[in-house]
Design a protein around this ligand. Structure first.
Ligand SMILES: NC(=O)c1ccc[n+]([C@@H]2O[C@H](COP(=O)([O-])OP(=O)(O)OC[C@H]3O[C@@H](n4cnc5c(N)ncnc54)[C@H](OP(=O)(O)O)[C@@H]3O)[C@@H](O)[C@H]2O)c1
Length: 374
């Protein structure tokens, strides 16, 4: 459990716990497996933002093409925190919805027409429940779990069988729960859009979920990852994980020039730009000839005065990445299995402490992924 003297109580910050009767059965009990009711968190409007409420609800039933999954672990992404702060929507459309896009668990029931899975299979949900392959449709992009579609912070979820992937054998549920958003995004940015090659210089910004997956993937491929952070202890850890160089973007405003220097003046062949407005111009300034930037995030604001001439002069490619499809997830899983890759999990919280996981993300005092076990 995460707690820290001097921090505001999580119950006032992010949660209102409506104590359900089944709480007394405790985590990991048979309740979710067998009972008529399950526990799940829901978004509830609260003073201009959302809070989490823990509720007891009827156990879902699988339709003909649907699967029931006993969720064993979920993980947080920056989006989940932004949703709670109501940064994406102020129309309260999430109210009553289940938070968190990412989760992994075990199939416990299948509908009569289900062909892809059997009871007992280990699975993870894909980020967009309806984006299977190819380019996304408007409908596919409106099927984001933990937003328009139901999320994973629930003991049991029901989902169309098409919206799941099998998880790599060597990963625990907690590790697999970190993959659907951050890992797929990093994978698509580097491999599908960037066509990364061994030996290339790769710039990762900050040590959050997407960037640390970028570091792990680049290292596994034999590329040369360079990563930034606001905290030196995280940079030290990143070097242990395979970063060939690091820069502290807080103490050195010219962190991008430091990164280029680390590349011996070559420049960065691949950039996963998660900073947005505060980083994009710098990313472009140090991009290698023919380099690629994946536009992923807005940690330092969205929008930019992009120097478009610079993109042209150096024959650069800039791609927008919005997570990816089931096919992308499966291609990434093959790479993860081949290289026996393990995600970096910072801390694991119990289901009852889920709001504290959000507090940790808000504090910034983490590296890689934050997980909640169920
Ligand atoms: N387009 C997509 O499909 C997609 C998918 C996933 C995420 N995203 C977006 O990508 C961004 C990262 O998401 P995430 O889930 O990986 O976040 P996260 O896990 O919460 O990572 C946050 C970390 O980023 C670093 N950071 C914060 N401000 C920064 C800045 N100005 N410059 C460089 N690094 C900074 C900090 O690392 P240090 O503590 O090391 O400084 C911070 O701990 C977010 O904007 C998110 O919305 C987009």
């Amino acid at each position: 459990m995460y707690s820290r003297v001097g921090q505001r109580s999580w119950s006032s910050a992010f949660a209102r716990v409506i104590v359900p009767v089944v709480l007394a059965l405790g985590p990991g009990s048979a309740c979710a497996q067998d009972s008529d009711t399950i526990r799940q968190y829901q978004f509830a409007p609260a003073a201009g933002s959302y809070e989490l409420v823990l509720k007891e609800v009827p156990r879902p039933v699988a339709g003909d093409n649907e699967v029931l999954v006993r969720v064993r672990a979920t993980s947080l992404n920056r989006r989940d925190l932004n949703q709670l702060r109501s940064e994406y929507s102020d129309d309260w459309s999430y109210a009553g919805g289940i938070p968190l896009s990412d989760g992994a668990g075990e199939v416990i029931a299948v509908g009569k027409d289900v062909t892809r899975f059997d009871v007992g299979d280990r699975v993870a949900g894909i980020f967009f429940e309806q984006w299977i392959d190819g380019a996304p449709s408007e409908a596919a992009l409106a099927s984001d779990r933990g937003g328009n579609a139901g999320g994973m912070l629930s003991e049991v979820i029901v989902t169309n069988e098409a919206g799941l992937v099998s998880i790599p054998d060597h990963l625990s549920f907690e590790e697999a729960a970190t993959l659907p958003c951050a890992a797929v995004t990093a994978w698509v940015g580097l491999f599908k859009r960037g066509r990364i090659e061994p030996g290339q210089y790769v710039l990762l910004q900050g040590t959050g979920g997407v960037s640390v997956f970028g570091l792990i993937f680049a290292d596994a491929l034999g590329a040369k990852p360079i990563i930034t952070s606001s905290r030196d202890y995280k940079l030290e850890r990143a070097r242990e994980m395979g970063a060939i160089g690091t820069a502290n973007y807080r103490s050195n405003p010219d962190w991008h020039l430091e990164a280029k220097q680390i590349s011996g003046g070559h420049g960065l062949d691949q950039v996963l730009d998660v900073g947005g407005r505060g980083t994009l111009a710098r990313s472009l300034e140090v991009l290698a000839y023919g380099g690629h930037i994946a536009l992923i995030g807005g940690l330092a604001g969205y929008g930019s005065d992009i120097p478009t001439n610079a993109i042209m002069w150096i024959n650069a490619t800039v791609s927008g990445v919005y997570v990816g499809s089931r096919a992308d997830f499966e291609a990434m899983n093959a790479f993860i299995s081949e290289h026996e890759i393990r995600p970096l999990i910072d801390r694991v919280f119990d289901f009852e402490d889920a709001p504290a996981a959000y507090e940790l993300m808000e504090s910034g005092d983490f590296m890689g992924k934050i997980v909640i076990r169920l």
